[in-house]
Design a protein around this ligand. Structure first.
Ligand code: S3P
Length: 441
């Protein structure tokens, strides 16, 4: 069956060690920062997925030389605002919200007009969150209802801004930081904490950045205009991809897994904290630092005494992409789990809150969805035997992978549509499942 995955068997016990592909957030940031560096940058273990490859294609369209080899990628940056393209060039972010939001900040100073478009899912997503701060910088953006396609009219006369970011969105924060890099004077962002890869890269490149914690906010100050040179990066594994295998192991019987060389930056490891609180046996070993990022091997052991969680809302931005997987664990955990302030979950590649509820209903798990909260009544004895079909999920890669993990751990016969969606973030997903003994057609 074309583009449909058939799973008919649960996975047997395994005791293995795996690698997962390079971190998506870091791969996109490395490419964007390299395009504005002076000279050659080189990355190893860059994620070879559609989101990253579309980023590279777009950067090439901006007049930057990109050389992609099997083991590494080189970008020959032409400095801040050193792009060269003709008026009304179109770049296509396809499915990548991260690339689309970040590149808008980079393009703030370009005199030529540029059009940014995306696929069906991205064209449904809200861009007012980045249009508003960019307007304050002096950038004009023409759109219909703040959705893609957008026409960006940058300006040479960018003004530094003071901005408050309340959503806890790293994409919004990074967009503003990248515009600030091109803006003379000091831009100040008061933001709810979110993944801090852009901050760590700015620090690594010795850019003028100052970060202070005030109450529960980060105050970031950036003095723009400083040029930096090309830089090399070895991208560590992606915790968001590793999470599928963490949950696979927790929910499988008598299994053990080591996932090597994963970025365990604390702004990303909310899933580990929550699953540990739920009695998940997860341990970080061989911890080290790389260019300010924390890296470790993740050891996981099957856990059959899982208990429910009352998830503190402050942790949401540290596990935002992993929430559907955590909901699956809650389905197998004893007691009622509760989640609050989930608004952002509705604004991803799909409405992941609505789809998660639909998914749990299909499994026969009682759940209650509200505007932004979610309640799940777990069933530790959950075992499936029926036929299940998963389709109409906006080709959301994370919903596809979630369904595979459910099928391999809970049983039943599953037809999961849009198999190609894994290419967005984790093209080796099925190959890695096979290495562990997962069977599918
Ligand atoms: C990302 C930030 C998050 C996350 C996305 C990647 C990033 O989005 O969901 O997958 O690399 O900055 P928001 O910043 O919109 O929460």
């Amino acid at each position: 069956m074309k583009n449909i995955l058939l799973i008919q068997n649960k996975i047997n016990s395994f005791n293995n060690s795996i690698n997962v592909s390079g971190d998506k957030s870091l791969s996109i940031r490395w490419a964007i920062m390299s395009a504005q560096a002076l000279g050659k940058s080189k990355a190893f273990n860059l994620l070879n997925s559609e989101d990253v490859n579309n980023t590279l294609i777009a950067i090439k369209k901006l007049g930057i030389k990109v050389v992609k080899k099997k083991d590494y990628c080189e970008i020959f940056g032409r400095g801040l605002n050193g792009f060269s393209f003709s008026n009304n060039t179109t770049i296509n972010a396809q499915n990548s919200g991260t690339f689309a939001r970040l590149i808008l900040g980079v393009l703030a100073k370009t005199k030529k007009k540029i059009i940014l478009k995306g696929d069906r899912s991205l064209s449904n997503r809200d861009f007012s969150r980045v249009i508003q701060p960019l307007n304050k910088f002096g950038v004009k953006i023409i759109s219909k209802k703040n959705k893609l396609p957008l026409k960006v009219c940058g300006t040479e006369y960018l003004r530094p801004i003071n901005y408050e970011e309340y959503k806890g969105s790293a994409q919004v924060k990074s967009c503003i930081m990248l515009a600030a890099l091109n803006t003379p004077g000091i831009t100040k962002i008061k933001c709810k904490p979110s993944r801090n890869h852009t901050e760590l890269l700015f620090k690594h490149l010795k850019l003028n950045i100052n970060i202070q914690k005030k109450n529960s906010y980060d105050i970031i100050k950036i003095k723009g205009g400083k040029q930096y040179k090309g830089f090399n990066y070895i991208i560590p594994g992606d915790i968001s991809s590793a999470s599928f295998f963490i949950v696979l192991t927790l929910l499988s019987k008598n299994s053990k897994l080591v996932i090597k060389n994963i970025n365990v930056n604390e702004t990303r490891t909310g899933i580990i904290d929550i699953l540990k609180k739920m009695n998940g046996k997860i341990f970080l070993k061989n911890k080290r630092y790389y260019k300010g990022e924390k890296v470790a091997d993740i050891h996981v052991i099957s856990s059959n005494k899982l208990k429910s969680i009352n998830c503190p809302k402050e942790i949401n931005s540290r596990l935002i992409d992993e929430l559907p997987l955590i909901f699956l664990v809650c389905a197998k955990a004893k007691g009622i789990s509760r989640f609050k302030n989930l608004d952002e979950l509705r604004h991803k590649e799909s409405d992941r809150l609505k789809l998660s509820s639909k998914f749990l209903n299909m499994l026969g798990i009682k759940n209650e969805i509200n505007i932004n909260s979610f309640k799940i009544k777990g069933n530790p004895n959950l075992l499936l035997s029926k036929n299940f079909t998963v389709k109409d999920f906006f080709k959301d890669h994370r919903i596809f992978m979630l369904s595979c993990i459910a099928a391999l751990t809970l049983g039943g016969t599953w037809k999961i549509h849009d198999k190609n969606s894994v290419n967005t973030s984790f093209p080796n997903f099925l190959k890695t499942l096979k290495e562990l003994g997962g069977k599918f057609k």
